[in-house]
Design a binder for this molecule. Sequence first.
Ligand code: G3P
Length: 215
Amino acid sequence: MRFFIDTANIEEIREAASWGILDGVTTNPTLCAKEGREFRSSIKEIADIVDGPISAEAISMERDGIVEEARKIASIAPNIVVKIPITEEGLAATKKLSSEGIKVNMTLIFSVNQALLAAKVGAAFVSPFLGRLDDIGHDSIAILYDMVVVYQNYDFDTKIIAASIRHPLHVTKAAEAGADIATVPFSILQQIVTHPLTDKGIDRFLKDWDKIKNL
Ligand code: G3P
């Protein structure tokens, strides 16, 4: 499974990239607004740091506007992927953009049928939002399993990004289900590196080493 980081924060991106585990970045308007920086220059900076797909979201709501905005976003850097919410207009725009070679990450995906439609119009990625499904009492992981099976049935090239990851178990379950990618907030990346027994083990080794180092 590939790991993306779900943030627009440059320090978090640099830090996660320095661990050697980072394959890409996803942003959305909420994450960009949180950083309070100009959109184009911050996406460019992110695209220069990480050698992998960088998702940046279009906010237009009708097809011609989405296509025009997506072309501008895609021109920021060669590794940009344009995030487009699934709607009838979003599907039409994605069909056009994918025929032009612009990669789309179809976002706000909550059902297998939506993922199926996104694949049919040539989206490079789909982003099912696990946490938001769980929030309303649905079983996000069961939906993710079904999505993986349906994509396998038809040999779609579209890659599944498990998004809206809220805790470490989402990461494990996404990997078990066969998601191609998990996009994970920085705090959860930090959480999955650690284990209390690892910390305890290091502490014990260091204390024992202290006893013998001057022998
Ligand atoms: O990648 C989408 C993700 O950012 C949404 O996460 O926690 O706002 O549902 P959340």
